[in-house]
Design a protein around this ligand. Sequence first.
Ligand code: ADP
Ligand code: MG
Length: 214
Amino acid sequence: AAGLAHEIKNPLAGIQGAMDILLMRCDDNHSAREVLTNVKHEVQRINDTVQMLLARARPRELKFRQVALNDVAQQAVNLARAGLSGDHRHRITIEFAPGDHAPVLTVDAAQLEDAILNLILNAVEAIESEGHIRVAVTPNENGTHTIINVTDTGRGIPPESMARIFSPFYTTSANGTGLGLPAVRRIARAHGGKVEVDSTVGNGATFSIHLPHK
Ligand SMILES: Nc1ncnc2c1ncn2[C@@H]1O[C@H](COP(=O)(O)OP(=O)(O)O)[C@@H](O)[C@H]1O
Ligand SMILES: [Mg+2]
């Protein structure tokens, strides 16, 4: 993400420099002056946006401690429920199924909570009319990992988009940033784990964070 942002910022700096030169050559009462000043402001706006995205994409240092994963997931669910706006509140239900193997892992609880919350918010976004979201904590088959599943009944992901959803800035949402899933993947990997996705168009999606017990 940082590389892409710099690819945008460097040409922008070039444009800003060119605008300054043109403005200097322009008489105070020249008709082009207002246009040039507007372009300069718009370039500054793009620059500010890229700056904001860069700041958000910067990985935080991890602070590991032992926590009950059920509590981390419960907290993310609580935040998501509290954040459902009036419009969503009556048509989206969020179910929480804690794991009865009560896993205690060494994790960065805040970042993991952030990752789960990101997945739930994507699920909310994917539900057009009514729907259901289920957050479940379960052990994998041979007990080496704990899996946090976020399943929704939303629109699903077309096969041709699957390869792109983890790319920085890929978004299909009008006010999205495309930085959610890259962050979720980064957090899972920082814990030695991974994120998997399974989806059928029209039938929703399941995102799974796999965390090793070590
Ligand atoms: N649960 C989901 N159902 C359908 N599409 C999804 C889901 N989660 C993510 N996506 C797709 O992946 C894209 C990228 O997600 P993300 O990185 O979180 O960025 P953003 O939420 O800002 O769009 C979304 O815009 C959407 O197209
Ligand atoms: Mg998102």
